[in-house]
Every structure is written in C-alpha cells, then in structure tokens.
Design a protein around this ligand. Sequence first.
Ligand SMILES: Cc1cc2nc3c(=O)[nH]c(=O)nc-3n(C[C@H](O)[C@H](O)[C@H](O)COP(=O)(O)OP(=O)(O)OC[C@H]3O[C@@H](n4cnc5c(N)ncnc54)[C@H](O)[C@@H]3O)c2cc1C
Ligand code: FES
Ligand code: FES
Length: 483
Amino acid sequence: MKNTIRFVLDGKIREVDFSKYPELKPTTTVLNYLRSFPEHKGVKEGCAEGDCGACTIVIAEIGENEKLVYKTLDSCLVFLPMIHGKQLITVENLAITENNEKSLHLVQQLLVETNGSQCGYCTPGIVMSLFGIYKNHQNPTKEIIEDALTGNLCRCTGYQPIIEAAQKACVNNCEDHFSKSEKEVVELLKKINSNTETITIKNKSQKYFKPFSISEALRLRNENPNAIIINGSTDIALRQTKKNEFFAEILDLSGVSELKNIKVENNSIVFGAGITIEQVRNYSIEKFPALNKILNVFGSLQIRNIATIGGNVGSASPIGDTLPVLFAYCAKIKLQSENSERIIAIEDFIIGYRQADIKNDELITEVIIPKQDKTGVVNSYKISKRKDMDISTVSSAFKLKLSGESVSEILLAFGGMAAVTKRAKETEKLLIGKKWNRENVETAMKILEKEFTPLSDARSEAEFRSTAAKNLLLKFYLETKQN
Ligand SMILES: Cc1cc2nc3c(=O)[nH]c(=O)nc-3n(C[C@H](O)[C@H](O)[C@H](O)COP(=O)(O)OP(=O)(O)OC[C@H]3O[C@@H](n4cnc5c(N)ncnc54)[C@H](O)[C@@H]3O)c2cc1C
Ligand code: FES
Ligand code: FES
C-alpha cells in the first residue's frame, strides 16, 4: 500500500492518504493528528514524553476469539502509521447521543458523581485510563486501579475520588455501547487487516516502511540499513518529541505478528521481540518471578502496553530494566538477517553504551529465557527516586545456587553502575566455593565497591550508587540465608 493507512475512528474506517495532506508526516504523532480536528481536541499534550498521561487514548485490536482487546497508550509517543488496522478511541467517543439526549459513559458519570473531575488538562486522560480499567477488569482491586492510573499525573488533588469512581464503575461487567458495536468494529478491522501488503509512505524527505511479515521486515532491513527500527517507539519517539531529531527513514515492526508470539520450548520460553512489556509482565508471574518483579515497577501501563522486550534489549541502555534480570536468567537473543540467523548470550549482545551487537542487516527476533530449575534462586531490585514511573538509579539481579552451605553458582548483574549492564565478576569469583554467610558477603561487598566506578548525575551521586549496590547484595544475602 502506498502512502495510505487505515484505522477505525468514530465507528468508521478512516483512511489517511499522506500524499494528499502534505502537512502530515509519517512521523506525526497520533496526539498531533487528533488535535488537528476540532472534534478530537480532548486529548492534550502535557509533557510529550510519556510521563503525564494527558494524551492517553485507547486502542482496540482483534484478540482471541475475535474479541476486541482494549489498551491505554500515550498518544504523544505513537507515530500515526502504528495505529493502522486498529480502532482509535478518544474521550469524545465515550459519551453517546440517543434520541437527542447525550449520556455520559459510566466511568465519566461516576467521575462526576465522586467529584473526581478536576482540571480539563488531565481529566480526559484520566477518563481514558478509567475506561481502560472498565474494559479489562471486573471488580478490580485497588492495586490494579492504582497501577492503571500510575501514568496519569494530577498535581491539584487527591486520587481517592478517581479510584472510587473506578471501583464503582467496574462492579458488574464491561458492557457498554462499545460492546454493542464490537462485532461491526471487528468486521471493519478484519477488512483493513486483510491487506498485508507492506505500507510504504514516502515524501520528499522521509521514507516509512511498515511490513507485516518477518521476511518482508528482513528484506526492508537489508535494503534500508540506515532506517531507524521501531517496535513500540517509546524510546525512539522521545528523540523526536524532546530532541527535535528528524528521522529520514523508519522501519516500523509493530505490524509483524510473527514477532508477537510466546513459545514454550523444551528447555526455554521464547518471547518474540514484539511482545509488549505488559505481556511479559503477566506471563512471567510464576515462570520468571524476578522478571515480573522488575516489570511491576516499569514505566506506566500506557508505556508497558506498547513498549516491547525487543525494544528494551535493543536500546542497550545501562538502566534498561530487563537487562540485569535477563543476565541473571542467562537469556539469549536471536538475531536474523535475510540469509542468516544467530543466537547469542545477552551478555555478549550488549557491547557498549547504548550499543548492541546488531549488524546492519539484522533484526532482533527473539528473547530466549531458559526454563529455571528449582535448585537456584534469582531476585531483582530497582532503586529509583520514586517507586512508580521512574527510571532506575541502580538496578540489579542476582542468581545463587548453593551446594550445602557453600556457593556453587553466583551471578551478580548491575544496571546504572557503568556505561553498560555489567556483571561483578571479581565479586562472584570471591564468593564461589565459599560459605554463604554474612562474613563472606561483607568481604564481597568490599570487592564489589572496587569493581565499579559509577557516575554522579541528576539521579544520584556516585557514592550513593556504590553504597546502594553493596547494600543490594547484602539484602539478597539476608533474603536467601539459610538460618
Ligand atoms: C515514560 C517512560 C517510562 C519508561 N520507563 C522505563 C522503565 O521503567 N524501565 C525501562 O527499562 N525503560 C523504560 N522506558 C524506556 C522504554 O520504554 C523501554 O526501553 C522500552 O522497552 C523500549 O521498547 P520499544 O518497543 O518502545 O522500543 P523502540 O523505541 O521501538 O526501540 C528502542 C530501540 O531498540 C531498537 N529496536 C527495537 N526493536 C528492534 C528489533 N526488533 N531489532 C533491532 N532493534 C530493535 C530500536 O532501533 C531502538 O534503538 C520508559 C520510557 C518512557 C517514555
Ligand atoms: S503528553 Fe504527557 S504522556 Fe503524552
Ligand atoms: S486534574 Fe489536572 S492537575 Fe489535577
């Protein structure tokens, strides 16, 4: 398909032909697109970096059994072609007019009744998050509600009435006028998605490719080695919205369904690179609890709903939250090009500050985590200035196996302590074969201090990082000591 994307908005298929609207670029965000219409100005720009939630929208896509799956997203970080083949729901779509009478959606009505509605800047985004809870949970716990509102900042009032509105709205089922029109919307989406020809949007200065299969993605990668790869775009979009970077070429993998599978193999669980952080979080509760723990404090629901595991390892950030725990679980990365594939250990994949071992014809296609036996323990920790919606100051993940009272295997991985996620190999060496007791751990803490020279930056002083890293090891010991 040339220069055209299609999605469902206001109950109809909306076609955007980029060649007809020169003011629209393929990298125009959904937020800016919506705000160009008088009838969709409820969505607001607060921060343009995924922090405030004023721009929250809901996207519905076809899930299992042809039911729609509703997800909240920050529209300030989503490029317009990323919503091709989906339903876009804005705050204006929630209330309906029947027989000349306008009735609010239940979540809106209850927000009014509980006095939870405050300023016009944040409230539309808060309403969309409440709608997201409504469509996904019956009788949600306070924890679920608070988690879904983490990405909606309100500085003027308390959250209590907003939480109360969610509790009151979500008591029975998620029926509403969206449920009534679900089948029609599914049919419209099926119609759009039946065309799987790569979308190519070209103007004088930009090329944007959105393939729908791995083979097409690899072909395009080979032909356009300089194109910026995006999956969820939560890292990349910031470079545009905050640093005013211009992207001349983009390869958008968000439509490649083969990258969105979780496979259970004999010895491992294989996450497609396009699996979202929220899907990994839910899947890992029992299988990889240390991964689940770190993902419970990863961004907000709006971010986790679109950010991917492939994007997190691909950004190779020294404070990428999945990295230390993937080190501890001895994960591997599968890289594919048109003519080859290779699987490498995550440790070898990270080669420098925000630098990964990816050749310019390769894509990350899988993150492979070996199944864990019960003989060892893995735990993860994140230290940040606040619990939610913050990036790590220091993070760590540790793996320990004991043979009797002695350490037979230990892996200590840290984020935020160096330019890359790094193992404390000297400290590990000291502990191997030693008794797992406080005396040896305290000696190890002295070695650990020498192994890293962390930076001082806006998030913390070097000394804090050093002390925190040592204390995390001590904490791990206290949690795993045998008596
Ligand atoms: C408000 C906010 C909060 C955040 N909170 C956290 C947090 O708590 N913890 C954390 O770790 N991160 C956080 N992030 C960062 C970001 O969300 C994560 O790094 C996320 O996992 C990136 O995934 P993505 O799919 O959005 O990546 P994208 O932005 O699409 O891509 C990221 C990088 O990976 C590369 N890439 C992506 N997919 C592939 C592929 N298949 N093959 C090769 N290269 C690829 C891209 O080229 C790019 O360099 C936050 C970001 C925001 C905006
Ligand atoms: S404008 Fe603040 S999260 Fe999008
Ligand atoms: S509702 Fe906008 S600051 Fe509180």
